[in-house]
Write a protein that binds this ligand. Structure first.
Ligand code: ADP
Ligand code: MG
Length: 270
C-alpha cells in the first residue's frame, strides 16, 4: 500500500516533473520496448535482437555481457542511435527515436550521447586537446569556451599535463582517457562504452573503471559492454544477452570499488 508521502510524490510527478540537477526531467534515460532487429543479407535474414525490453534510470551503471554474436553490439548501436530497430520502440530521455531520420539521429547523438570504443578511435595527427575539442564544433560555443571545456574534461580524467601530446606519445590507458574526455565534452546524458578495456592490461582496465565509477558517482548514466566478469562487477547492474534476448538482469552485490582494488594490484614497474 502506498504511504501518504509516496502518494504526494506521485501526484507531484504528474503535475510537475522532478528536475535533476542539470535540469533534465527525471524520466528514464532509456526505455526499450519489444525491440527486434533483422539484418537482411539477401537470401538469409539474421534475427539479431528478438524482443528486448530494458529501462535504464538516470544514474544507473549497467554492464552488458554475453558471448560473441549474442547481440550486444547491435543493441549498443541502437542505444547510440547509430542504427534503428526493425520493430519496437526506443525512447531516449522521453523522445521516441525509433521514428527519427538520419539527420535527426545525428543531432541527438551529438547532444545526448558520449561514446567510448575498444580501439580509442582518436585522430592520430591531432593533439589530445584537439581530439577532445572536436565534438564541440557543432555546439553553440565560442572558440575560447570550447577550449576551456575541453581542458576541464581532460583534467577530470587526469590528463591535464598531457594535453599537447599526440596519441602516439600516450600509453593505451592515457589514450582511452582522452577518448573518455572526448565523450564527456558535450555533457552527454549517457556514456556508452563498447569493450572499453578490451585492449588494456588488467591494472589499466581497473584504472579506467575507477574513472567510470567516479563519473557515475557524480551522476552520469553509463552503459558498458564487456565480456570480462571482473570488469562487469564494477557496474551496479549486469544484463546478460544470449541469442538476441536478455537472459539475466541483476543488481551487482558487494560491488568492489576500483580505487580499493588498485591498491592490491602491482604497478607496471613492479
Ligand atoms: P555481439 O556484439 O554480442 O558479438 P552482434 O550484435 O555483433 O553480437 O551480432 C549479433 C548477430 O547479428 C550475429 O549473428 C552477427 O553475425 C549478426 N550481425 C551483426 N552485425 C551485422 C551486420 N551488419 N550484418 C549482418 N549481420 C550482422
Ligand atoms: Mg560486439
Amino acid at each position: 500500500m502506498a504511504t501518504q508521502a509516496q502518494t504526494e510524490l506521485n501526484a507531484n510527478a504528474v503535475m510537475k516533473p522532478e528536475l535533476t540537477t542539470n535540469g533534465i526531467p527525471d524520466v528514464p534515460v532509456i526505455q526499450v520496448q519489444d525491440v527486434h532487429k533483422f539484418y537482411d543479407l539477401g537470401e538469409t535474414k539474421v534475427h539479431a535482437l528478438r524482443g528486448v525490453d530494458m529501462t535504464i534510470q538516470p544514474g544507473e551503471f549497467v554492464a552488458i555481457m554475453g558471448s560473441s554474436g549474442s547481440g550486444k553490439s547491435t543493441f549498443m548501436n541502437m542505444l547510440g542511435c547509430l542504427d534503428k530497430p526493425t520493430s519496437g520502440q526506443y525512447i531516449l530521455e522521453g523522445t521516441n527515436v525509433s521514428s527519427l531520420d538520419k539527420k535527426q539521429l545525428a543531432a541527438i547523438r551529438n547532444r545526448k550521447l558520449g561514446f567510448v570504443f575498444q580501439g580509442f578511435n582518436l585522430l592520430s595527427r591531432t593533439t589530445a586537446l584537439e581530439n577532445v575539442e572536436l565534438p564541440t564544433l557543432y555546439a553553440q560555443m565560442g572558440k575560447e569556451q570550447r577550449q576551456a571545456r575541453a581542458k576541464e574534461v581532460l583534467e577530470l580524467v587526469g590528463l591535464g599535463e598531457r594535453m599537447d601530446h599526440f596519441p602516439s606519445q600516450l600509453s593505451g590507458g592515457q589514450q582511452q582517457r582522452v577518448a573518455i574526455a572526448r565523450a564527456l565534452v558535450n555533457k552527454p546524458a549517457i556514456l556508452l562504452a563498447d569493450e572499453p578495456t578490451g585492449n588494456l592490461d588488467s591494472r589499466t582496465s581497473v584504472e579506467i573503471m575507477q574513472i567510470f565509477q567516479d563519473l557515475n558517482d557524480s551522476g552520469l548514466t553509463i552503459v558498458l559492454v564487456t565480456h570480462e566478469p571482473d570488469i562487469a562487477q564494477f557496474a551496479k547492474r549486469t544484463v546478460v544477452f544470449r541469442d538476441g534476448k536478455i537472459r539475466h538482469d541483476d543488481p551487482v552485490k558487494n560491488r568492489p570499488r576500483a580505487a580499493e582494488v588498485l591498491k592490491s594490484l602491482p604497478t607496471v614497474d613492479d
